[in-house]
Structure formats: structure tokens, C-alpha cells
Write a protein that binds this ligand. Structure first.
Ligand code: PEP
Length: 270
């Protein structure tokens, strides 16, 4: 299975000029024949999306939005929102959804995320769906219960689509081709704290089994780890066959550390 390394730039860099500098360093590394075997993707802020996508057009690096509107997949009176169609028109082929910062600062609910996921698939965007427990939930050994609740959005989407008479094969293919799960323990994001590889493996196995239980025809889903991945610890995660790649925040803002992480995941996973 091909590994994925995705840079979530969040509300960074502050200017387009700085975004371009970071981008040029990444593109130059790829141009020098160090074409990654793993699939690279960048998620710039919405305001930089069109420029970043345009620059990446003839490269092997994909572009993602960090979020899309829950209200309409296309257009409408939703001040401040960007729709799936608009981000696709700006060149994104994927979107991140359900990042813990959106769940925390924007109170994103099950219903909201269901609408966003549905809008993304309607516009043929891939979805990097983030899930993960807080420190208190981890301490209380509630991780799997929290993940069950968060993953239920996927089950609800499948049910909704099948009820709307979408052919089963189409539904299953959409998820198989366009859904990636990023397991990101909230307590590991931006903190420098990381779970052990064994903990991540057990959780990824649980996520894969849970999603597989939603439909018998679903193939194994791609599950990335995210939370304080850096150039020093990436190879530990990359060595595990249960970890299909990384979603990277802070370390994606420097070309050197992002490329080091990509290199760690470079050997094609068996
Ligand atoms: C993230 O926010 O998705 C993330 C993984 O951040 P960091 O790598 O900085 O922990």
C-alpha cells in the first residue's frame, strides 16, 4: 500500500509570499529527482489554496482544503464559508474534515460533519477525516468509545446514500477511493507528546476493523497517524505496517522537516 504524508499548514504562513517560499523549497526537492514514492499532499489556508494548487499542478503533490461548508456543496448565502465546489474549482482534490481544532473552536457536531462529508463526495473531493481522543478521554481509557462515536459519521453517510438509492457499489467505491482516516490524539497535537507505536497500531487496527464492519464490500481503509510527528520520530511510525502515513502540522511548515518525514515513509509499504 502506498503511504501518504500530508502537511496541514493550518493558519500558516501569514503571507502568500512566505507560503510561496515554503512551496518552492518543496517543489525544488521534488524536481531534483527525489520524487517521493509516498503520496504527498499539502493543505494550505483557504486564502492560499488557489495559488498553491496552481503551482503544484504539474507536480506529484496534491492539494487539500482544510475545511468546507456544511450548508451547501456549491453556493449560497453562507457568509464566511467556502463550498466543496469552490475549493475544487480552486484546484483542491481533497479536503481535511473534523480536525480537532475545528471540533474544539467551531463546535463541529456529528450532523455538521455528516453534511460536510456528503458535500465533499458530491463534488468528488477526497476526505481526510480526523478523529482522536482528548487527554482526559485517554486517561479514562475511553479512546475506542470516542472513536466509535466519531466514526459513526461514516456509517451514517453510507446509510444515507444507500437510502437515497445510490447503487451499493458506487457508495463503497466512493469510500474506498476517497476516504482516509487520520488518527490524531488531541493530546499529541502540537505538544511534542506522542503515543507509543504499539498504542497507535492497536488503535489503527481498531479503526480499520470498525470501518470494515460498516459494509462487507469495503476494502481496508487507509489510516494515518497525526500528532507531533517530526523528522526524528517519523521512521518509528513508518516502520509499522499498520500506519499508512502521517498528517503533519508544525513540522510541515519547514521544507527540511516535512521532506525528512516524507523520506521516512518513502519505501512502499507491503
Ligand atoms: C495536526 O494539527 O494535524 C497535527 C498533526 O499537528 P502537529 O503535527 O503540529 O502535532
Amino acid at each position: 500500500m502506498q503511504a501518504w504524508v500530508i502537511g496541514n499548514w493550518k493558519q500558516n504562513p501569514a503571507t502568500l509570499s512566505e507560503a510561496n517560499t515554503l512551496l518552492e523549497a518543496l517543489v525544488a526537492a521534488n524536481d531534483k529527482g527525489t520524487q517521493q514514492q509516498c503520496q504527498l499532499m499539502l493543505a494550505p489556508s483557504c486564502i492560499h489554496l488557489a495559488a498553491v494548487s496552481a503551482r503544484l499542478q504539474d507536480t506529484f503533490i496534491l492539494t487539500a482544503a482544510q475545511d468546507i461548508s456544511a450548508h451547501s456543496d456549491s453556493s449560497g448565502a453562507y457568509t464566511g464559508d467556502c463550498s466543496a465546489r469552490q475549493v475544487a474549482d480552486a484546484g483542491a482534490t481533497w479536503t481535511i474534515l473534523g480536525h480537532s481544532e475545528r471540533r474544539q473552536y467551531h463546535q463541529e457536531s456529528h450532523e455538521t460533519l455528516l453534511n460536510k462529508m456528503s458535500n465533499a463526495f458530491t463534488q468528488r473531493l477526497g476526505v481526510v477525516f480526523c478523529i482522536g481522543e482528548t487527554q482526559a478521554q485517554y486517561d479514562a481509557k475511553q479512546t475506542f468509545a470516542v472513536l466509535d462515536e466519531q466514526l459513526s459519521v461514516i456509517k451514517a453517510l453510507l446509510t444515507q446514500r444507500l437510502e437515497q438509492s445510490e447503487p451499493q457499489s458506487e457508495c463503497v467505491n466512493t469510500l474506498a477511493e476517497r476516504l482516509i482516516i487520520a488518527y490524531e490524539p488531541v493530546w499529541a497535537i502540537g505538544t511534542g507528546k506522542v503515543p507509543t507505536v504499539m498504542e497507535v497500531e492497536a488503535t489503527h487496527q481498531y479503526i480499520k476493523e470498525t470501518v470494515a464492519s460498516f459494509h462487507k464490500a469495503l476494502p481496508a481503509i487507509t489510516v494515518l497517524y497525526g500528532g507531533s510527528v517530526n523528522a526524528d520520530n517519523a521512521s518509528d511510525f513508518a516502520a509499522s505496517s499498520m500506519i499508512d502515513g502521517a498528517l503533519v502540522g508544525g513540522a510541515s511548515l519547514k521544507a527540511e522537516s516535512f521532506l525528512a518525514i516524507a523520506n521516512a515513509f518513502n519505501p512502499v509499504k507491503g
